[in-house]
Design a protein around this ligand. Structure first.
Ligand code: HEM
Length: 447
């Protein structure tokens, strides 16, 4: 009997180690192994600077953006089981795509909730990517070797908006049809814009070809490209030395010794030289340029924080999705424009600008803004090279005094865009005339 128990224990151990390859004790070695032997965790470093887990460093904004992207992928795949990107009129006299939306709301178990979650996460991702970018800039985290990752981030930001915009058409209701029509009309004003518009719509106007193209971009091309770029973005954060921090933090409080766990060599890789490196604990680091007394294990503190943020995001998204239904207006009717026809809210700043001057407001200013922001770190470096007394490269310092001009300009840009969006959403009525929100009677989109 005892032999049987021993054998069962032995088998249980083998089974356990075939999956985990480590225990969950408090040694530095185990904390390292947990991080690099798990496919989901190993993209993160074994050790991080203690500043990285502080709320004020990143406010978790990039992480929240990433979680919203994951929510979009999961809910999007489930929605795909039901949705059909067709404008053909079905037996109920409605376009297939639209009637699937109605069905989702009324006949599919939790269908409405799923659609709400997908819609609100899409809007949320656009908002959070903008907030993440603002925090990166105001903390000077776009400099100090992170310039390229800033550019990767900007491309991700543009793709986020495009992802949301391509999804906007899919319900094929009045909101979708006229929202997308307005957006693509703006594109027509740009040099070569008519060509891009033609390629995007596959026709001279928004119709069945546009729906299928937007669908393919939305469900396959953009998520795949973004998934790849997010991996590049995360990889670069590690290679750029983790989250931005002031050049010297050695005068800050050190990590107490007990944080490092018990040091003992119980490696299963005792003979393998390369693995010996990761057994290194405090004061014996293989890396250079890291203040060892400020470095801590990512397990468990960082991972716990990440799980808490995920739980909070899931909770709030679920709450919003239970409380508020995603809009769905009447089926798309190309002969009856809504008045006003508004683009989605994130394009309403542009739409507002185009109402003053189509070319300058719709193309020149946004082009300058997008290009200027994308290459901002390089523009700064170039300008600094003329005057060596400027010291603008101060990564990881919020609202650095030396960067007061840059930060003020960047905040102003956000405030102007926010004001234009608020005017577009709440103060524009029929024929784009100024109207107070409380007297507006017609819903023309903008959400
Ligand atoms: C899909 C969009 C994006 C995702 C999922 C994403 C995700 C992240 C995450 C998780 C971090 C780690 C810090 C944090 O949680 O805030 C980060 C850092 C960073 N992101 Fe993004 N990001 C996105 C877009 C952007 C954009 C639009 C920019 C700027 C234009 C940007 C620039 C950066 C930079 C420079 C860092 C390093 C910051 C530092 O060292 O403190 N990212 N990003």
């Amino acid at each position: 009997m005892n032999e049987l128990i021993e054998k069962a224990k032995d088998f249980g151990n083998k089974l356990y180690y075939s999956v985990f390859r480590h225990r969950f004790d408090n040694t530095g070695l185990t904390k390292s192994k947990i991080m690099f032997s798990n496919v989901l965790l190993h993209i993160q470093p074994v050790k991080i600077h203690k500043r990285s887990i502080k709320f004020k460093t990143s406010m978790g904004l990039g992480l929240i953006t990433f979680y919203l992207f994951l929510i979009l992928c999961v809910t999007g795949v489930i929605l795909m089981f039901h949705y059909v990107p067709s404008t053909a009129i079905g037996p109920d006299g409605l376009p297939d795509a639209y009637s699937r939306m109605l069905n989702l709301r009324s006949n599919v178990f939790w269908g409405g909730f799923l659609r709400n979650m997908h819609r609100w996460a899409a809007h949320g991702m656009v908002a959070f990517v903008a907030l993440h970018m603002l925090r990166v800039y105001l903390a000077g985290a776009h400099r100090g070797g992170r310039e390229f990752n800033w550019v990767v981030g900007c491309i991700l930001g543009l793709l986020t908006v495009f992802l949301s915009y391509t999804g906007y058409l899919l319900p094929w209701d009045q909101l979708a049809f006229w929202g997308v029509k307005v957006g693509t009309e703006i594109a027509k004003l740009a040099p070569g814009g008519a060509l891009i518009r033609g390629v995007l719509l596959g026709d001279t106007d928004v119709g069945s070809e546009a729906l299928i193209r937007f669908y393919v971009l939305h469900v396959a091309v953009l998520p795949a490209v973004m998934g790849f770029l997010i991996a590049v973005h995360f990889f670069r954060i590690r290679k750029d030395g983790g989250l931005a921090r002031p050049a010297d933090t050695s005068n800050e409080k050190q990590i107490p010794d007990e944080e490092f766990g018990e040091v003992k060599n119980n490696s299963v890789f005792k003979t393998a030289r390369s693995y010996k490196l990761v057994e290194i604990v405090k004061g014996n680091e293989p890396k250079v340029n890291e203040e060892t007394d400020q470095m801590m294990f990512a397990w468990p503190k960082l991972i716990i924080r990440e799980i808490i943020v995920l739980a909070a995001v899931m909770f709030f998204m679920s709450l919003i999705s239970v409380l508020f239904d995603a809009p769905l207006e009447g089926p798309a009717d190309p002969n009856h424009p809504t008045n006003p026809a508004k683009a989605p809210w994130y394009f309403l700043g542009l739409q507002e600008l185009t109402s003053y001057d189509g070319f300058i407001g719709g193309i020149v200013l946004p082009g300058l803004m997008a290009g200027g922001v994308m290459f901002l770190p390089y523009i700064e470096i170039f300008l600094e090279s003329f005057n060596k007394t400027f010291r603008k490269n101060i990564p990881g310092v919020w609202f650095a005094r030396e960067r007061i001009l840059e930060n003020s300009l960047f905040i102003s840009l956000y405030l102007v865009m926010a004001a234009l969006i608020i005017i577009g959403v709440y103060f524009r009525g029929a024929n784009w005339a100024i109207e107070y929100p409380w007297v507006q009677t017609i819903s023309g989109g903008g959400h």
